[in-house]
Design a protein around this ligand. Structure first.
Ligand code: SAM
Length: 181
């Protein structure tokens, strides 16, 4: 794994963002769609007062146990999202497809997402198209349209009805939390 793809830089920041936003319930149901070694939710479980049931997904078998193995888009399309309180998208890049599925399927609850844009990282074409940019515009100068990724994500979320987002940023990495009502 390259240095840029360290699974858990800013682990405690991710954990405290989540703890600050979780509703207090006797039992919380969570989809951890990028479970990896399961460190974030293992630590949250130690601090949260209620019980947390976690459905873990990862495309690889890493440290976490009882993981659904495969591309998370497949599982997000088929799991009964209405049975969950929280969906966690702790991605390496921009979890655009995953967010789209969550909104299209009418999930209501808390979403956490990690947004990382590499220096030369191009934003997803579908994502830019949703924001009103056309293919000829993007093809003319792709790097121009890939600038200010986080602001674009905020605009995209606003189009989905999300106007309150908690964001913690460290250079190119941003950790977001919001509620879909
Ligand atoms: C930042 S790490 C997650 C760290 C984890 N949240 C933790 O607490 O330890 C990202 C993980 O997402 C997995 N991943 C990346 N793309 C995926 C996809 N499309 N579907 C499922 N898992 C994916 C990677 O294998 C990696 O384990």
């Amino acid at each position: 794994m390259s240095k840029a793809q360290t699974d858990n830089s800013y682990l405690w920041d991710k954990i405290s963002l989540r703890l600050s936003m979780l509703p207090q319930k006797k039992a919380l149901r969570v989809i951890d769609a990028y479970a990896g070694h399961g460190l974030i939710w293992k630590n949250i479980q130690k601090k949260y007062k209620g019980k947390i049931n976690i459905t873990k997904i990862d495309k690889e078998q890493k440290g976490a146990r009882f993981v659904l193995i495969g591309d998370n888009t497949k599982f997000l399309m088929s799991l009964p999202l209405n049975k969950y309180d929280v969906i966690d998208l702790d991605a390496y890049g921009v979890p655009y497809e995953q967010l789209k599925i969550i909104f299209n399927r009418g999930f209501k609850g808390i979403v956490f997402a990690t947004f990382i844009q590499s220096a030369l990282g191009r934003l997803n074409y579908g994502f830019l198209k949703d924001l009103g940019y056309t293919k000829p515009m993007i093809d003319k100068c792709p790097s121009l349209f890939s600038k200010h990724g986080l602001q674009k994500l905020e605009r995209w979320l606003l189009l989905q009805g999300i106007n309150k987002i908690i964001i913690r940023s460290h250079s190119r990495k941003s950790y977001l939390g919001f509620e879909v009502k």
